[in-house]
Design a protein around this ligand. Structure first.
Ligand code: LLP
Length: 417
């Protein structure tokens, strides 16, 4: 649960605000984000890397308000699309603190990034190197770039989240010589300036030794390049991916300070370190709130589902939940929380103990809903996407508004309202 959660007068409260009142005001499904918690997790990373840079992984969850907090707290921002770039801009992030990622950035996105003056573009292929060069030529700029390298590490995580092995689509292979070739071309290209190397071995990784191993390989590669080309590459960005505990029974997650210790042991002090945490900042800050609509056999059906949280269906992600709107003395029953979508795989939680008297109108809260949920929500079944409300000392404010059916109908050019 977010740091400022309490249970009082029978309901869950975050920053003192009760879920019953929040649901009445903003409707359900609803994401409730604890702003103080988000800020504290940002600060913990900044404190853990005093001589380095913390690039928040915007893909976990981004909104202009979040960009404002990051800018204020001294973080940088990792974006991976023209859309995230646009939110970074309207949210007030200084462009030099933005790093642009992605394995297939379009020419238009690259132009947009170069024209805005982003601090760095992470090159993921030789084609991209040409596109960034072309944008630099057209706009008369020298763009700072990093080269994304595959360190050849198969970290223990879900296959869809592993990105450090040789078979991943991301980056250029150290083993095949592609990464060295990209570096050679960047160094020879006057419109590009090589400022560092990048790797990201995957997401939801608990084994700190995987990060240490990646760091050592990247340092060795960086030193080889420095020797061969007689240059100094002062910067190593080792990506995000620190594991995060979704369930009370999960192993404890390493802290940012523990990650920093392992990385610092592997990376000499003359190399500036950067990390890109997403989930370990945003994950715990947010609760998803749903209203129960139907209880049938062991099924508790809520008013959202796989459109606002595709993670259980996509990665077999496991969550817990609690009745959040009232107290109950009823015996717990093992239930399955399902959504309202037209398929059997629309399960939010397979087995969870909820009070046996759970009934329509009750509110269910799912903690640890801050990362890759609202960010990967879809309009499946033409369901509208939920809002995000940030709560804190000064009350509640909508930072992403609820989508409406009018928003959806606007997509069809031939439709009259
Ligand atoms: N940097 C890069 C280059 C990345 O690709 C990612 C995540 C991160 C940083 C942040 O990783 P984090 O600290 O959040 O683990 N949708 C999946 C997760 C996909 C992760 C994509 N890349 C999920 O819901 O688990």
């Amino acid at each position: 649960w977010p740091v400022s959660s309490t249970w009082a007068d029978g309901q869950l409260r975050i920053a003192g605000l009760g879920v019953r009142e929040l649901a009445a005001e903003y409707g359900t499904p609803l994401y409730i984000l604890d702003e103080a918690d988000f800020r504290a997790r940002c600060t913990a990373y900044v404190d853990a890397f005093p001589d380095g840079d913390v690039h928040y992984g915007g893909k976990a969850f981004l909104a202009p308000a979040v960009v404002g907090w990051l800018a204020e707290l001294g973080l940088c921002l990792d974006v991976c699309s023209g859309g995230e770039l646009a939110v970074a801009r309207v949210g007030g992030m200084p462009p030099e603190r933005v790093v642009f990622h992605g394995n297939n950035k379009s020419s238009a996105e690259i132009r947009q990034a170069v024209a805005w003056g982003v601090g760095c573009i992470v090159l993921d292929s030789l084609h991209e190197l040409e596109r960034v060069t072309a944008a630099g030529e057209d706009l008369g700029t020298r763009q700072k770039v990093m080269v994304r390298v595959k360190p050849g590490i198969d970290a223990a995580t879900h296959a869809a989240l592993a990105t450090g092995g040789e078979r991943t689509k991301f980056g250029l292979s150290m083993a095949s010589g592609d990464a060295a070739e990209a570096v050679r071309r960047v160094l020879a290209e006057p419109h590009l300036e090589l400022v560092g190397l990048h790797s990201h071995i995957g997401s939801q990784i608990f084994d700190l030794e995987s990060f240490g191993l990646a760091a050592r390989r990247m340092v060795a590669f960086l030193r080889t390049i420095e020797r061969e080309h007689r240059v100094t590459i002062g910067h190593l960005d080792l990506g995000g991916g620190l594991g995060f505990r979704y369930l009370p029974g999960d192993p404890p997650a390493p802290t940012p300070a523990e990650l920093a210790e392992v990385l610092r042991a592997a990376v000499p002090g003359d190399i500036r370190l950067a990390v890109e945490p997403g989930r370990s900042i945003a994950g715990r800050t947010t609760v998803a709130l749903y209203e129960v609509g139907t209880v049938k056999e062991h099924f508790v059906a809520v008013d959202g589902g796989m459109s606002d949280n595709p993670r259980p269906a996509t990665y077999g992600a496991v969550y817990t939940a609690a009745l959040a709107s009232r107290e109950s003395d009823a015996e717990p029953r093992r239930m399955t929380v399902v959504g309202k979508h037209c398929e059997s795989g629309d399960i939010l939680i397979e087995d969870v103990d909820l009070p046996g008297d759970i009934a329509p109108g009750d509110l269910i809260a799912i903690p640890c809903s801050g990362a890759y949920q609202r960010a990967s929500a879809s309009n499946y079944n033409l369901v509208t996407r939920p809002p995000v409300v940030a709560v804190g000392e000064s009350g509640a404010r909508v930072i992403v508004r609820r989508e409406t059916e009018e928003d959806l109908l606007r997509l069809y050019p031939e439709t009259r309202a």
